[in-house]
Each structure stands twice: as structure tokens, then as C-alpha cells.
Design a protein around this ligand. Structure first.
Ligand SMILES: [Zn+2]
Length: 406
């Protein structure tokens, strides 16, 4: 009898060990990084979304703020309590702290390897997308290495030889080097097997491998136009996510890892531009909604993690007194549009003054035109998402993603 009982206990222990040793692994991993997107950027965007929909006071959750798992991550770099995007990108991509200004390298300049490279070795297909330049700090930290984040040409060369399956969004900064005398980074990408696609007009469904999706050639900018400033022909971040999934998802069901950055939240927060910061955050939410649709198709195989590299601007829902005024914000924006905003475009002081007045009208506050050192939110849904609950360091996020993968 005792022997039988022992055998049963042993079997139970073995079963338990087997279960804990083989948690479900995410086959499809999405990693969204809202550059500069602090807690307050998320809540201000939620309150604005409700105002835009109903005209009233309230809160509309964003696509990702409804995720069941919420955590937060510390963001300090190796050289400062306030990180820059390249040190934070390196932490989020490799799990290593480094100095501000460094990218994909440790403080001693030795290379540190991103989870995109590690997952590629494990057989995952890899996608990297951003609304800003694809060799800018955050996206570049997933394939690049340089002790100078502004060495864009080296990063463009590293992109070309990364062998990743999909790049999308903003084009290359300094494609021909700082002096414009080097072979174009686009040509290097093509030499390495990438098909350059300019806008959805050039898209076709046979594109399955090594695609670099950019906006229309006619498009005036080198990055994706912001929601308040685009026409129907401009490529958008949600579209890039959709096309990226098309490329990464194969009929054989090969696993994939897809990093997507909402890069202009940071840019507009640096400018203390409230409406554009809010619209970029909502656009980022729409891009995540595309991944969420994919998750709903494969809930037992998909993981989505959303976080930020740091907070930008010290954005606050409040300035003086107790009333935020989104109607005031919209009125100030409309007045600017009616005045033909072009006169401000090349006049930095006039634009600064306009934004100051807009913030006063909206009663929104900013503490800096730089970054802040606080914690950032982490949202997760899907297979293994529990690993992202509670307090963590930004370096923990890629380590946890890697631990969960096959
Ligand atoms: Zn920044």
C-alpha cells in the first residue's frame, strides 16, 4: 500500500515538474515600444479619446491599456538616471545597460546582442518597424552596434546585412553617409536581397521575404507623416504592422518576432506639442490594435508586450487649477490651421509661442523639452504575459521574452 502511495506521489511530482518545465511558448511575439510614452501620455490620450468621441469628461481605454497584465519598468541608463533612446533601446533589445549615446554596445564598446538576433538563430522570422527613421536609435538597437548612435550610415550598413525578413516605416537617415559620398544604404539593402516597396500602391501579395516597406516616393518626408498631417496616400504605422504580419506569417507557421516603434510620440513631446503627442499615442494604439486582431486569431500562440523606452516632456494633465480643457486644445489647433500654419513652419520662436498658448488653453503641462527618468508602463497579453506583471527593470523585458521563446 505504502509503495503504491509512494508511486502515486512520485508520478504526481513528475507530472508537476514536467508542467512547470514546459510552459506554453509564444510562437508569435510582438514587441511595441512607444518612444517617450509615459503613464501620463497614455492617460491623457485616453481622456482625449473620450472627449473626441463624446464631447464629455471620461476615459476611453486604448487598445493596449485593456491588456490583462500591467507592470512597470525602471529606465535609468549606465551613465545617467535619465536615459536616451539608444541606451534604453539597447536595454530593451539586449538586456544590457549602457551609456547614453551608445547603441548595441556595452559601456566598454563591446557588442551586446539583441533578442532579435537570438530569436533569428532559434528560427524565428524577424520584423522591425518604426514611424520614424529605421536607423534611428530604437529600431537600430535591434540590429545595430555603434558607440555613436548618430553614426547612421554604419547602422544602415548593419541593417542591410542583418538578414531580417521585414523592415518598415521611416526611411534611412544619412543613406549616403554624412558627406553624401558613400554608396546608398538603400542600394546596399537591395544588394543584400531586400525588395524596396514604396507605399501600398507598389505592394503585392507575393512579397514574402526580405521586404523594406517605405512610404510613397512622392511623400515629402523621410519618416511616416503624423496623423494630424497626412493624406490618404501616406503610409501609416497600422498599415506597416498589417503588411509586416503578411510578410512574417508564413503558410508553414514559422514563429516570428516583430518589434514596432511609435517613434514620434517622443518627437512631439520634445516639442511640448500636446495635440500631436496625443494623436501619435492614439495612432500607436491603432497599430497595436492590428496585432491584437492577429492575437485573437491565435490566442494560444501569441504574445504582445507594449512598453516605452522613457518618458518625454514631463507631460501632465494639469497646469493650473483643476480643469483640463480639451475643447480649448481643439480650438487652439483649429485657429492655427485657419491661420495657415505655414507661417510657423520655419519660425521656431513663433511655433514655440503658439504651442505655449495651446498648452495654456488646454491646461496641459510640461516640465522639460527633454526626457524624464521615471518608470514606464508595461502592458502584456497572451502566452507568457504573466511574466510582465509587477515591477521590473527595462533590461528584464527582453530576457523574459527570450526565456519564454522556444
Ligand atoms: Zn527623445
Amino acid at each position: 500500500m505504502k509503495k503504491t502511495l509512494n508511486a502515486v506521489v512520485m508520478a504526481a511530482i513528475l507530472l508537476l515538474t514536467a508542467c512547470t518545465n514546459s510552459p506554453k511558448e509564444p510562437k508569435y511575439i510582438f514587441y511595441f515600444i512607444g518612444d517617450g510614452m509615459g503613464f501620463s501620455h497614455v492617460s491623457i490620450a485616453e481622456n482625449y479619446a473620450n472627449y473626441a468621441r463624446t464631447g464629455a469628461i471620461g476615459n476611453d481605454n486604448l487598445s493596449f491599456s485593456e491588456f490583462p497584465v500591467l507592470g512597470m519598468a525602471s529606465t535609468y541608463s549606465a551613465s545617467n538616471n535619465i536615459t536616451c533612446s539608444s541606451a534604453a533601446g539597447t536595454a530593451l533589445s539586449t538586456g544590457h545597460k549602457t551609456n547614453n549615446g551608445f547603441l548595441g554596445v556595452a559601456p566598454d564598446s563591446s557588442w551586446v546582442i539583441s533578442i532579435a538576433n537570438k530569436l533569428q538563430e532559434k528560427g524565428y522570422r524577424i520584423g522591425v518597424a518604426s514611424s520614424v527613421n529605421i536607423n534611428h536609435a530604437t529600431p537600430a538597437s535591434f540590429y545595430g552596434h555603434s558607440a555613436d548612435r548618430n553614426d547612421y550610415y554604419i547602422l544602415a550598413e548593419q541593417l542591410a546585412t542583418s538578414n531580417f525578413d521585414f523592415f518598415g516605416g521611416g526611411g534611412l537617415l544619412d543613406p549616403c553617409g554624412k558627406n553624401g559620398d558613400k554608396k546608398s544604404g538603400y542600394a546596399l539593402a537591395e544588394e543584400n536581397g531586400y525588395t524596396l516597396v514604396h507605399g501600398l500602391g507598389e505592394w503585392n501579395s507575393s512579397l514574402t521575404d526580405k521586404v523594406f516597406l517605405l512610404q510613397n516616393k512622392e511623400n515629402r518626408d523621410n519618416d511616416l507623416r503624423s496623423p494630424g498631417d497626412r493624406d490618404e496616400n501616406d503610409l501609416t504605422l497600422p498599415q506597416v504592422v498589417e503588411k509586416g504580419i503578411e510578410v512574417l506569417e508564413t503558410a508553414e507557421g514559422t514563429p516570428f518576432f516583430f518589434m514596432v516603434e511609435g517613434g514620434k510620440i517622443d518627437w512631439f513631446a520634445h516639442a511640448n506639442n500636446p495635440k500631436a503627442t496625443i494623436l501619435e499615442t492614439l495612432d500607436f494604439s491603432d497599430a497595436i490594435a492590428v496585432a491584437l486582431k492577429f492575437y485573437e486569431k491565435y490566442p494560444d500562440e501569441t504574445l504582445i508586450v507594449v512598453t516605452a523606452d522613457h518618458e518625454t516632456g514631463g507631460f501632465a494633465m494639469g497646469r493650473k487649477g483643476y480643469s483640463v480643457d480639451f475643447a480649448g486644445l481643439d480650438a487652439a489647433e483649429q485657429a492655427h490651421k485657419d491661420s495657415d500654419g505655414k507661417s510657423y513652419e520655419n519660425n521656431a520662436n513663433a511655433e514655440k509661442e503658439r504651442l505655449q498658448k495651446t498648452n495654456e488653453a488646454a491646461r496641459l503641462g510640461w516640465t522639460t523639452t527633454g526626457h524624464c527618468g521615471g518608470n514606464v508602463p508595461v502592458f502584456a497579453i497572451g502566452v507568457g504575459s504573466e511574466a510582465f506583471a509587477g515591477k521590473m527593470d527595462n533590461t528584464d523585458i527582453p530576457k523574459r521574452i527570450l526565456n519564454l521563446s522556444k
